[in-house]
Design a protein around this ligand. Structure first.
Ligand code: ADP
Ligand code: MG
Length: 238
């Protein structure tokens, strides 16, 4: 079953800065789609177009069986398509964590009591209940990312968009995010430069080249032999 289809998408920031030219891609219910491409090729732009934050010059976006064009239709889409932004501080508005996490369900029409209950449940599920009354702006980068994920998952989204969810995270939080993703059963588009993350969590891979999407084979984690002086002493490679 197709959850999201993007057909013949054309978009440029200006006449001489084309980003997509007749680009098409379909995401199915079983897809955990990894999007890997060079910096500046339009990954974030693509996620913004899908969520109606940027208007394409032409093309067709169908989500959950409905064509999305009007602002109202994108409003409905955003209630069902969870977007985890690259910079979590752009996603957290309220002083208290619980308010940020309850915001989505409130928007979906749940009562305040129901929304708070959903927020508490998801915080517990992600082992974040101790942060319930923490001040969002005072959290560490990793904690902000986890709270941003919680705020999106509280909406029980039909699909997820994740923009470089592990960029800048420490090893432990990165593992938390990977383990969380592995437990989810929603289709997603995961934008990342981290081949190991992609190969561990995704089952389909695309890239952007020449203003269009292209399927790729899975990245393979493998070892290389190399030689240097003092190699027998304990050392690190960054
Ligand atoms: N609001 C904007 N106005 C003009 N150019 C932009 C804007 N946002 C992004 N760009 C440019 O469009 C290109 C694609 O950006 P982006 O989608 O953020 O790339 P990626 O996420 O793949 O690194 C880049 O060259 C970027 O500088
Ligand atoms: Mg980006």
């Amino acid at each position: 079953m197709t959850v999201l289809s993007v057909d013949s998408l054309t978009f440029g920031y200006s006449a001489d800065h084309m980003i997509f030219n007749e680009a098409s891609v379909r995401i199915h219910q079983s897809d955990r789609l990894g999007l890997w491409a060079m910096n500046g090729t339009g990954k974030t732009t693509f996620l913004k177009i899908i969520t109606g934050l940027l208007k394409p010059d032409s093309g067709r976006i169908v989500f959950n069986g409905k064509e999305r064009q009007s602002e109202k239709s994108f409003h409905d889409l955003r209630l069902n398509l969870g977007f985890v932004l690259q910079h979590s501080e752009d996603q957290l508005f309220f002083p208290e964590v619980i308010e940020d996490v309850a915001f989505g369900p409130l928007n979906q029409g749940f009562s305040r009591q129901e929304a708070l209950k959903k927020a508490e449940e998801i915080l517990e599920q992600l082992h974040l209940q101790h942060l319930k009354h923490a001040i969002s702006s005072e959290l560490s980068g990793g904690q902000k990312k986890m709270v941003a994920l919680a705020s999106v998952l509280a909406m029980d989204p039909k699909m997820l968009l994740l923009d470089e969810p592990t960029a800048g995270l420490d090893v432990q939080t990165r593992l938390c995010v990977i383990n969380l993703l592995k437990e989810l059963s929603v289709p997603w588009i995961l934008v990342s430069h981290d081949p190991a993350l992609l190969s561990e969590t995704c089952n389909r891979f695309i890239t952007i080249d020449q203003y269009q999407f292209h399927e790729m084979t899975a990245p393979q984690v493998h070892q290389h032999e190399h030689a240097h002086f003092f190699g027998t002493l304990e050392h690190h490679h960054d």
